[in-house]
Design a protein around this ligand. Sequence first.
Ligand SMILES: [Zn+2]
Length: 78
Amino acid sequence: MPLLCKECNGRRFPIAFTGERDALWLCEKCKNFTNIKDEFIRDWTEKEIEENKVKLDNFKNGVTTEKTPEIKRRTGVN
Ligand SMILES: [Zn+2]
């Protein structure tokens, strides 16, 4: 399980993507994704970082009325 990052030993988070069977594991510190076998897949893109920031800000501001499908999908990951 790629729960801990090989590079920084930080905690990884499983992120589900539409069309992907398995979730990818994100290290927020190293800004990259690995698959379930702990193989490097790709970098965390600027766009995704930005989107993530927006979501966090919304969350902090208490904007919980917006129920996006993405959030629902994320809770469905094992
Ligand atoms: Zn890392």
